[in-house]
Design a protein around this ligand. Structure first.
Ligand code: NAP
Ligand code: MN
Length: 269
């Protein structure tokens, strides 16, 4: 659903620099014939998110994973998702009007969390992580396409998307994955490997069409925490969590074919 409505949603953080940037952007959009709005309009042709990666993640969650493409202006700390700097607004508007950009697709992760009574559905942009409440060790059976892989013991598992590979996954020793590769990465958090418990120590990359099933061991099933892009969810009596690459996608404008590698180098080295 891409509409040339001239309406542009501005989704901004509340801090001074973001608000200032939103104001400047809004004026410049108006003078170029656009209708910027701070009140989210589902008929808009573009979402401009001002803030850091956290603001980008929140903008997507709060607006229910819209089909409207996003572009980000970074006023945050890292801003890995945020393509532009506040200084680049003029160039951005010129190139946007000239259709001089690419649209990148972000793959997402879905989780179906089933308890004894009900199933709940979550979608994540960076990752969905399974951990123990109260920092307890968790014991989880991990299956890939119904094949039992391991009984994992440790702090938990991160199921990361390609775009999320540079976030929590990266800090936990997972690999950086180019965002256009359809896959999910399972990365262990402080896995225990002893004669008592044996867990894989490295991450596993599974194809985009696989189903990763996680079954908490019975006595711990009451103590599982699900983290969706850093937000905590608790459910009673989880029996199984199935994780898959989502059918839903997020679209993001980019202005330079080499910008992924350049961004990676400047933001991580
Ligand atoms: P936050 O505490 O500000 O996030 C931690 C850092 O991760 C921030 O510097 C953030 O960038 C950056 N970040 C977020 N998504 C990224 C991505 N895809 N690639 C590279 N860096 C990324 O909280 P938040 O801003 O709400 O972000 C939530 C995310 O934090 C979660 O999805 C999870 O991946 C990450 N996290 C990381 C750790 C860890 O590394 N040990 C622990 C918990 C959560 P900005 O400064 O631009 O916001
Ligand atoms: Mn943040």
């Amino acid at each position: 659903m891409m509409v040339d409505s001239k309406i542009i949603n501005i989704i901004s953080n509340r801090n001074y620099e973001s608000r200032k940037t939103a104001e400047i952007l809004s004026h410049k959009l108006v003078s170029n014939g656009y209708k910027p709005t701070l009140k989210y309009d589902p008929k808009a042709e573009l979402n401009i998110c001002i803030g850091g990666d956290g603001a980008f993640l929140r903008a997507i969650h709060r607006n229910a994973f819209p089909d409207i493409p996003f572009v980000g202006i970074n006023t945050g700390h890292l801003g890995f998702f945020q393509e532009l700097k506040p200084k680049e607004i003029d160039t951005f508007i010129r190139r946007y009007m000239a259709n001089d950009y690419n649209t990148d697709t972000l793959f997402l992760v879905d989780a179906k969390v089933c308890t004894r009574t009900k199933c709940f559905y979550l979608t994540g942009i960076n990752e969905i992580a399974i951990k123990g409440i109260k920092s307890k060790v968790v014991h989880l059976d991990v299956l890939i396409d119904n094949n039992h892989l391991e009984k994992y013991s440790g702090d938990g598992l991160i199921i990361s998307t390609p775009a999320g590979s540079t976030a929590y996954n990266f800090s936990a020793g997972g690999s950086i994955v180019y965002p256009s590769i359809a896959m999910l990465q399972i990365t262990p958090l402080a896995p225990i490997s002893s004669s008592a418990y044996r867990s894989l120590l490295n991450s596993i990359i599974v194809p985009g069409e696989s189903v990763i099933s996680i079954k908490p061991e019975y006595r711990y099933e009451n103590s599982i925490l699900v983290l969706n892009d850093g937000m905590e969810f608790r459910y009673d009596d989880i029996t199984q969590i199935d994780l898959t690459m989502s059918d839903k996608k997020i679209y993001k404008l980019s202005f330079n074919k080499e910008s992924y590698w350049n961004n990676l180098k400047t933001k991580f080295l």
